[in-house]
Design a protein. Structure first.
Length: 164
């Protein structure tokens, strides 16, 4: 009986780690998108492929506006970047709190964001969006498994209480 309990605990810890990893992707996406924005708005042309396409569009518009009005265009763009990244941070927060809607909504928005790269045929960013979505989905699936494990534990505990 002890070995079986140990295996169940190990399995639950493995699933918990997969769940956390899936939820953490939202934080990575948000953080690297902001880093990309800072790099681009500072005048460099390199960045991370994991970032959001929408922030890249915002930055391009901000740079165009900055040509006319100066630094204010970049500042306004960065404020919008923070809002876009903040939405993904919220998905991460709610996903970690085990809200399935955060995973689903976040995956849908990230997939739509990936369509931006499809328009410009940025194959690396498209590929990374697919990879990130796969990892987030793994966290979503793990959340379902964890819920199932915890429900069966609750039923088991209630059964033991009733039989006592």
């Amino acid at each position: 009986m002890e070995d079986q309990e140990k295996k169940l605990i190990e399995e639950k810890l493995k699933i918990e780690k997969q769940f956390q990893s899936g939820a953490d992707w939202f934080f990575w996406i948000a953080g690297l998108s902001l880093i990309n924005s800072v790099i681009l708005l500072a005048g460099s042309e390199w960045g991370f492929i994991i970032g959001l396409g929408i922030t890249q569009i915002i930055d391009a518009i901000g740079l165009l506006i900055a040509e006319e009005v100066g630094i204010a265009g970049k500042i306004i763009a960065f404020i919008f970047d923070i809002v876009a990244a903040g939405i993904f941070v919220l998905f991460g927060v709610f996903a970690r709190k085990r809200h399935k809607w955060a995973f689903v909504t976040g995956m849908v928005l990230y997939a739509v964001d990936g369509l931006i790269f499809l328009l410009v045929l940025d194959v690396l960013s498209i590929g990374f969006h697919i990879f990130a979505l796969f990892c987030i989905y793994g966290g979503f699936k793990a959340l379902g498994k964890l819920s199932g494990i915890e429900e069966s534990k609750t039923v088991e505990t209630q059964s033991m209480t009733v039989s006592d």
